[in-house]
Design a protein around this ligand. Structure first.
Ligand code: LLP
Length: 422
């Protein structure tokens, strides 16, 4: 399923020409496809077959209220990392028993809130945090449901900034620490060990890390069960990688081919096979895989220029709207909304922000464009708007949801009054 496609020379999302939206709503502009969102969710959900599971969407990828409500309606749970995300998840209608709370630096008030609302599990990321959770639960006279976030020392061979499961990374506890806590929690009147958790990184494009993870987690789960804990879930985290480079075929009247690099069915079967003898339900926490290919960022070409040997295209969106290229040298395809000229040029595509790291692409071959043309930066639905900022006094973009022919504003553009806060 691909909801982004060219119809002759015009780029469409579902049944709507993106040029019409850019003309009506202005740029920079985020546009999402509802059908793509629901289809992405269903693909993961179906991959579990009859095995009991919850898909806890990682809110950090994109926490637009309409996107959250849409996912809540099809049955998603939530992976949250702050009191703010916990509030968003509840506001969007996700029930507490489908929410898990990760994060290396949870504040006391957020832990208390999570215990009081009856969260599914608080992921313990250090032995000290466990002690704090236990004390807070005692003070509230409640039992805190805790799960252990394991750092299994598995590399994902991706960008180091989005690897989280190697020893030395700040996330989770080692296997040995997990075994210590499995024993300690047995004698704790204020904590129940309800799960074990891992999230080894993001944009994982190979099977090997998942295979190692499945075995590692199955082993810890068995030890927890043998110690007498009644585990309610094994949570394998998120990280499912996309093929950002093949987001669309340009110049043809066809569909794009952007998709997950490893078939979800393959990863999920690996998880199920490793743990099915335990019969413990599974959780996964996809963020990117549910929303990245639902969204595009639309921007207008302001100027073209040459400095030295470099041809530069300056557009009206930048690292304030989509910081992934600046942060991780991430690749996002860039295509015109209207193909006017089949010729191409090799350029740097840069934003207007006063930072040299403000670019979308370097030495990239793109179709010829000129001042006033609109471009789409593809696969921008995850970690796009959610990582956006107002640096250089730039109001945050408008967001639109397209469903068939229907278009809905799902977040208004910020005004300068929103920024001028005293
Ligand atoms: N679960 C936990 C505990 C996480 O920390 C994350 C992402 C996820 C799930 C979802 O991972 P996903 O399925 O989206 O890969 N800003 C970076 C990604 C950082 C992700 C941090 N944690 C990027 O733009 O690629």
């Amino acid at each position: 399923m691909q909801c982004l496609h060219y119809d002759k020379t015009s780029l469409y999302i579902e049944d709507v020409a993106l040029t019409e939206l850019a003309n009506e709503f202005g740029t920079p502009l985020y546009v999402y496809s509802f059908k793509q969102l629901v289809s992405n969710f269903k693909r993961f959900d179906d991959a579990f077959g009859d095995y009991p599971h919850t898909l806890c969407y990682a809110l950090k990828a994109n926490s637009n209220p309409t996107i959250l409500r849409s996912l809540a309606r099809v049955g998603a749970g939530a992976d949250v990392v702050s009191g703010g995300e916990l509030f968003f998840a509840l506001e969007s209608g996700i029930p507490p028993e489908k929410i898990v709370f990760a994060g290396v630096g949870k504040r006391d008030i957020d832990i208390e809130a999570a215990i009081k609302i009856g969260i599914r599990g608080l992921n313990v990321e250090s032995e000290m945090e466990y002690e704090v959770i236990s004390d807070l639960a005692e003070r509230l006279n409640r039992v805190a449901p805790v799960s252990l976030r394991i750092n299994p020392d598995i590399d994902i061979y991706g960008h180091p900034y989005i690897a989280t499961g190697r020893h030395g990374d700040k996330f989770g506890i080692t296997g040995e620490a997990a075994l210590r806590l499995i024993n300690r929690i047995k004698n704790d009147d204020y904590c129940d060990l309800v799960g074990i958790h891992a999230h080894i990184g993001s944009q994982i494009t190979e099977m090997a890390p998942y295979e190692k993870l499945a075995e590692y987690m199955a082993d810890i789960a068995r030890k927890a069960l043998q110690a007498g804990h009644r585990l309610e879930y094994i949570d394998f985290g998120g990280g499912f990688g996309l093929d950002y480079k093949n987001a669309i075929e340009v110049n043809i009247d066809g569909q794009g081919s952007d998709d997950l690099v490893v078939e979800p069915q393959k990863i999920i079967s690996t998880f199920i096979n490793a743990v099915k003898d335990t019969e413990v339900p599974l959780i996964i926490e996809p963020g990117r895989a549910l929303v990245a290919n639902t969204g595009v960022l639309i921007t207008e070409v302001l100027y073209l220029k040459q400095t030295g040997k470099t041809n530069i295209v300056i557009v009206d969106a930048g690292m304030t709207e989509l910081i992934r290229p600046s942060l991780y040298a991430a690749h996002h395809e860039i295509v015109p909304l209207e193909i006017r000229d089949p010729g191409s040029m090799v350029v740097d595509v840069v934003g207007p922000i006063c930072e040299s790291s403000d670019f979308f692409a370097r030495e990239r071959e793109i179709l010829n464009v000129g001042r006033g043309d609109y471009l789409a930066v593809l696969t921008a639905g995850a970690y796009g708007f959610s990582l956006s900022s107002t640096y250089n006094a730039r109001p945050k973009s408008l967001e639109l949801m397209v469903r068939g022919k229907r278009v809905k504003v799902i977040r208004e553009r910020q005004s300068l009054d929103d920024l001028w806060v005293e």
